[in-house]
Design a protein around this ligand. Sequence first.
Ligand code: PLP
Length: 442
Amino acid sequence: MLYFDKVQEKDTELYNLILEEYNRQNSEIELIASENVPSEAVLQAQASYHTLKYAEGYPGARYYGGCDVIDKTEQLAIDRACKLFSCHYANVQPHSGANANTAVQFALCKPGDTIIGMSLNSGGHLTHGAKPTFSGKYFKVMQYDVDVDSYLIDYDVIKSMLYEYKPRLFIAGASAYPREIDFKKIREIIDEYNKQNEARIMADTYLLETDIPKVIEREHCYFMVDMAHIAGLVAAGLHQSPIPYADVVTSTTHKTLRGPRGGLILTDKEDLIKKINKAVFPGVQGGPLENIIAAKAVCFWEALQPEFKEYQKQVIENAKYLAYHLQRFGIKILTGGTDNHLLLLDLRDTCVTGKELEERLESIGIISNKNAIPFDTQNKTTTSGLRLGTAAITSRGLKKEDILIIAAIIASCVVPEDEFEWQKEAMQKNVVEIANKYPLYN
Ligand code: PLP
C-alpha cells in the first residue's frame, strides 16, 4: 500500500477520502470489465516529478525547454509500445481512450464524412458514432448490430453496409462483445471494397487524369480498430492482433493492459502517424501528461514480461469459468460464453433488470455494471443485461474456488426481492471473506 502522509498532514478531509476509497476497493469484489489493479510501480510512476513538466509537442520537437528527460521517457514509452504490439509507430499522449478515438477521427475524416461503427446496444463504444458524442455530432453515422439470433458480428452485414454507405472510416472493436473479432476478415472486405472503388474511379471518363488520385484518396475507406478492452489479451498473443490488419489501432491502457488511465494510438503507416500526431496535439489536446506517459512505459515493460501472458491466460480462464458456473446456476449468458475477459448476463427472462441486479450486487460488495444487451427493450438506465469482467479479480489472485462462490452468489441475487433480502447477510459475509483473502496491495 502506498503512503499518503503528506496529504494527511495538509488535507485531512481528502486523506480520509483516499483511505475510504482504498478500503472500499480492498473490501469489495471488482467485476467491472473495464477496471483493473495496476502495479504499485505504475501508481508510483504516475506520482513522479514528471507531473511538473510542460512538454507540448513530441520527443525532439517541443514547444518548451527542459524536455531532455521527458523526451527520453516518452520515447521509451513509444519504443516499448511498438515492441509490445509489433508495430512501427505509436502516439502515447492521448489522455484517455475517448481522446485517442477522437484524434483518429479528427485525423482521417472531415466533418460530415460517413463513419460506420458498432451500435451501443450491440457492444460498441460511445465514441464509435453514438449521438451525444463528437463522433455522433460531426459525422454521418451508420451503425451495425450483431446478428439477431446468434448475437455475433455478421461480416456480411459489414460488407453490404460498406457498399451502401461508402464510409470514410470503418470502426471495429467494442466495450461489451464477449467473442473474438476477426480483424483479418474485415480487412479483406475493406480491401476488396477499396479496390472496386478505385477501378470505378479510374474508369470514369468524366474525370481528368490528374484528378483521379485525389478522388481515389477522398473515397478511400480507412479501417480503425479500438482494442481498448482486449489490449492485454492482444499483447499476450491470446487474441488476434488488429495491428497487421487495421490502418490505425486505438486503445486504453488501463483495462486488461493493467496500466495507468490513458489512451494509445498505434499504426504501421508513416503518413498516418504524421496526421495522427497533429490531431492529438494541437488538434484535440494540449500538454501531454508526462507522469502518465512514464506510468505507461512501466505498464508496457510489465506487459513484455512472461508473467503477463500467464496472467492474461488466467483472466480468460476465469471468465470462462464464471460464465460456465453462472449458466449451471440457470443464468443466461449472451452467446453462451466468452472468448475474452468479459461476459454479458441476459436477464430478460428473470425477475430483475440490469439496474436492479447491479444495485443488489453492490449492496453485498460485488461491483459490476448494468449493460444494454442487443435489441434490449429496456431503456439505457435500466437495461436487461449486466456486464462482468475478470481482469481485476485475476490481478488480485482469485482462484477457481472463489469464482465458483461468486457465481453462486450472483445467481442467488437473481430471485424475488424477499428471497434476496433473506440471504443478503450471508452473501455479504462470503464476499468479505473472499476479499480479505486477496488484499488489493500487500
Ligand atoms: N473504447 C472502448 C472500446 C471502451 O470500452 C472505452 C471505455 O470504456 C473507451 C474507448 C473510452 O476510454 P476512456 O474512458 O479512457 O475515455
